[in-house]
Design a protein around this ligand. Structure first.
Ligand SMILES: [Zn+2]
Length: 326
């Protein structure tokens, strides 16, 4: 009897250990005293075919996962957009599939009922393919500072990304100028930066290295600032909003060689109880322990008074960082 009990106890212990390992993939990034934590989130907008045919092999090579923001009515549209089969295979391989509206219109220029359609129907459209999108991205950044649009987005999604600066701050600390909002999370448009500055590939790689390391000064005591990067086409057409395959490979190699932890938007979670944004530890219904609060984010809920003033993005715009999204 005692032996049976011991056997059962060890079985329960083993199951608990397996459970805790599998659900704490990012626990090491959450140690507040673990410095030199470099984190980056990769996102791809607009469902271009070249993201599947040219970016995915490079992502696979380095074992990176990304978020793909899909415009529903672009899917399978002509030769240069992904098909549902391709999108679903990305999902099956562990990539994050998220919503970028039905038609890629600027939400700030649409009447509320049309905004509701673009926001809600694009979620339903992904649902119909067996995909549950956690986040949303604003086409052209439109509406991410408009209370009506924000409230509609807030009623359908956990988080939303705009493109107003390279760093999303998870914790503002004592900086009263720093505000953020879970429905206007900042992303950095790699491609408008390249276009606006007419960078060649080497100049763009140098700028990329600068941007991904801009988190360092904020992350000396755990992860507090995360660069969220946005690409569109990965091909050698040299068109606007295209990144050459060699440059993309060099950028991913840099992240790999320098020990960056690559995350997706689905790895960001918001804790309603504490109103903090944090990097998921796979255990997201559990209240955040006090020890994690130094690096967890204090995010304002959406209301008329807390629409972000984007204080940091203004600074960054002045310092020449592009805010435009395609
Ligand atoms: Zn877009």
């Amino acid at each position: 009897m005692k032996r049976l009990f011991t056997l059962l106890a060890s079985l329960v212990m083993t199951m608990a250990l397996v459970g805790s390992f599998s659900s704490n993939v990012y626990a090491s990034q959450q140690l507040p005293n673990n410095s030199n934590q470099k984190v980056v989130i990769l996102t791809f907008d607009d469902g271009y075919k070249s993201q599947y045919s040219n970016a995915k092999p490079t992502l696979d090579k380095y074992g990176f996962k990304a978020t793909f923001y899909i415009v529903c009515n672009y899917v399978g549209n002509g030769d240069n957009r992904m098909t549902w089969e391709e999108i679903k295979s990305l999902r099956q391989e562990g990539h994050d599939i998220a919503s970028h509206t039905m038609n890629h219109d600027d939400l700030s220029k649409l009447p509320p009922q049309t905004v509701e359609y673009e926001v809600a129907q694009s979620k339903q459209c992904l649902f119909d393919q067996g995909i549950n999108p956690k986040s949303f991205a604003y086409p052209f950044n439109g509406g991410s500072d408009d209370p009506t649009v924000l409230n509609i987005v807030a009623s359908h999604y956990d988080l939303a990304r705009t493109a107003t600066g390279p760093l999303t701050f998870l914790s503002c600390g004592d900086d009263s100028e720093c505000t953020t909002n879970k429905y206007s999370i900042m992303g950095w448009s790699h491609d408008s930066e390249k276009k606006n500055n007419a960078y060649n590939d080497q100049q763009m790689l140098d700028r990329f290295v600068q941007v991904v390391n801009s988190q360092n000064e904020y992350n000396t005591n755990g992860v507090n600032a995360v660069p969220i990067l946005i690409w569109h086409k990965i091909d050698n057409t040299n068109e606007e909003y295209s990144t050459s395959m060699d440059l993309f490979e060099a950028e991913m190699k840099y992240l790999y060689d320098n020990g960056f932890t690559v995350l997706t938007m689905a790895d960001l979670v918001y804790d309603e109880g504490s109103t903090y944004l944090k990097i998921s530890d796979g255990n997201d219904n559990v209240p955040i322990p006090a020890t994690e609060r130094d690096f967890a984010a204090k995010i304002n809920d959406v209301d008329e008074d807390s629409i972000p003033d984007n204080a940091r993005s203004k600074e960054e715009a002045e310092s020449g960082i592009s805010t435009e999204e395609f």
